[in-house]
Design a protein around this ligand. Structure first.
Ligand SMILES: Nc1ncnc2c1ncn2[C@@H]1O[C@H](COP(=O)(O)OP(=O)(O)O)[C@@H](O)[C@H]1O
Ligand SMILES: O=C(CO)[C@@H](O)[C@H](O)COP(=O)(O)O
Length: 499
């Protein structure tokens, strides 16, 4: 397989992202960079339930076979960051002695102490968040320590809830994996450590010292450190491929597994972000991230350890009302058609004649707010807009919120700033034009919208070379440059005429 200027057929490393994008192994190659599950891991294993939970190994769907690899669409469940998997006492022994004659599902289905595992869309842990913040001296103190104030989806709070509501299941848990380290564990045939970058999405890791915070662990659940294992740098080789994959699927025994990470850190690697750039991922959620030399934790947004440079950091803002909200407005105001949605953007002007809207059908993360709010140029709140105005109000409102929140964290659009767009909605040029106009900066896409997937491939190369101290930039220097798709319309940064 060749992609992005690299010949991946020589790669004997696996590196993944807890995400649904994947380049799986293809006949005659040894490479793999993968996003969690999709076509390679049997979708059945990680089937997702309304984005709230996923079920390791219990969906009853057909077992993976190499033939299925070619036919399964890469859309079946899995999750991004923050999801967790609970291995039952004794599971490690099963994992290390898998028979290549049997499917994973058959052998592992009894290995989990929790069958419906929480994923990032679960926001039911507000009480645990308040307890965690109180235990470490408040939201700001927690943010300084772990890079984020307490967030409902962050894994420490999810673990705390499981411990409080189901102490028996918790006490029968010998290991807790993130979705990313869970997938790596399958390939290793033993428990994989959590990497620093995905580990930063747990409210448990001291992002500067790269160790679990004893105060946070103690506030969440007892004996948690031993269940999590020691975190490792994101570019660590965590071991060799298990004999199960060698014998059953023909992986070369020399194949190494590089620590898996979350979808957003993997995307940062895939987009080869440079200082001053902003990456905007328009997936199920909308996320915005950038490379930071120094951490600047705040009460809004997150600071994670950087996945490709252990000395540096990345910032991330997550907006829950992203594509699913756009789909709702598309269905209501554009008869379910993206092309009609685009026409509405083309037929309305920048600034929407002063009409402004904020659309949060589910409780938003940044900021915590729910409901639809529409305002006319005269600042009157109204309950509806004409269809075309509604569509532009949604898209302009979404991007204005991103810009305002990013600036509150200290981001500044610079003359050399590139906006790198990825995710499903980055296929839509008209949406990207609004992005360019609101930020006043050019928008680029990389060859594939699956930046997390390609980032995992780069990380695999980087992991193999890490012992040689080769910087990530050197690893990706042959990759194609991002493609310019939208530049700000002249006058976009001027105050609108209707004011
Ligand atoms: N042409 C389009 N215009 C706008 N949005 C689109 C378009 N095509 C796909 N999408 C959106 O992309 C989303 C999926 O993005 P993707 O990056 O695959 O998701 P995930 O976050 O699950 O990886 C869908 O929810 C869909 O609304
Ligand atoms: O919670 C976050 C980031 O903190 C989300 O970005 C998840 O990582 C899921 O991403 P999508 O699959 O919805 O894009």
């Amino acid at each position: 397989m060749k992609a992005s200027g690299f010949d991946f057929s020589q790669v004997l490393a696996l590196s993944g992202a807890g995400q649904r994008h994947l380049c799986g192994p293809r006949p005659g190659t040894h490479c793999v960079s993968l996003g969690l599950c999709s076509t390679f891991l049997p979708p059945a294993y990680l089937l997702q339930d309304s984005h709230k939970h996923f079920h390791p190994f219990n969906s009853g769907r057909p077992e993976f076979s190499p033939a299925q690899d070619k036919t399964q669409p890469p859309e079946h469940g899995c999750q991004g960051q923050h999801g967790s998997v609970y291995w039952k006492t004794g599971a490690s022994q099963v994992l290390t002695s898998l028979s290549p004659d049997l499917p994973l599902r058959e052998q592992l289905q009894a290995c989990f102490s929790i069958s419906n595992c929480p994923v990032w869309m679960d926001s039911s842990t507000a009480a645990q968040c308040r307890q965690l913040e109180a235990a470490v001296g408040g939201a700001q103190a927690l943010s300084l320590l772990t890079g984020s104030r307490a967030y409902e989806r962050f894994t420490g709070n999810q673990i705390a809830k499981i411990y409080q509501q189901n102490p028996e299941a918790y006490s029968h848990t010998e290991r807790i994996s993130l979705v990313s380290s869970f997938a790596a564990s399958l390939f290793l045939g033993s428990y994989s450590p959590v990497d620093y970058s995905d580990g930063s999405g747990m409210n448990l890791l001291q992002i500067q010292d790269k160790v679990w915070s004893q105060a946070c662990l103690g506030a969440c659940a007892p004996r948690l450190e031993e269940k999590l294992g020691r975190p490792v740098p994101s570019c660590s080789i965590v071991g060799a491929i298990s004999s199960y994959f060698v014998q059953r699927y023909g992986f070369p025994p020399e194949c190494k597994v590089v620590a898996f990470t979350g979808d957003n850190p993997a995307s940062l690697a895939g987009m080869r972000l440079e200082e001053g750039d902003i990456a905007v991922s328009l997936g199920t959620s909308d996320t915005l991230f950038l490379w930071l030399q120094e951490p600047t934790p705040a009460l809004e947004g997150h600071i994670f350890c950087n996945p490709v440079d252990p000395q540096h950091y990345m910032a991330l803002l997550c907006f829950k009302n992203g594509s699913l909200m756009r789909e709702k407005i598309r269905d209501e105001s554009a008869s379910g058609s993206w092309s009609k949605f685009s026409k509405a953007l083309q037929s309305t002007g920048m600034g929407n004649s002063g009409n402004l809207g904020f659309y949060f059908d589910v409780m938003e993360i940044t900021p915590e707010i729910i409901g639809r709010h529409r305002f006319t140029a005269e600042n009157h709140e109204v309950s509806a807009f004409p269809q075309d105005v509604e569509i532009r109000a949604l898209i302009e409102g979404q991007f204005m919120a991103k810009k305002i929140h990013a600036e509150a964290l200290g981001y500044r659009v610079m003359p050399k700033t590139k906006i790198l767009a990825t995710g499903g909605a980055s296929h839509n040029r008209d949406i990207l034009q609004v992005l360019a106009d609101v930020f006043g900066a050019p928008v680029y896409v990389i060859d594939t919208a699956n930046s997390a997937c390609v980032g995992s491939a780069y990380r695999a190369f980087h992991g193999l070379a890490a012992g040689t101290d080769m910087p990530f930039a050197e690893i990706v220097k042959l990759a194609p440059n991002p493609r310019l798709v939208a530049t700000p319309t002249p006058g976009a940064s001027q105050p609108p005429r209707f004011l």
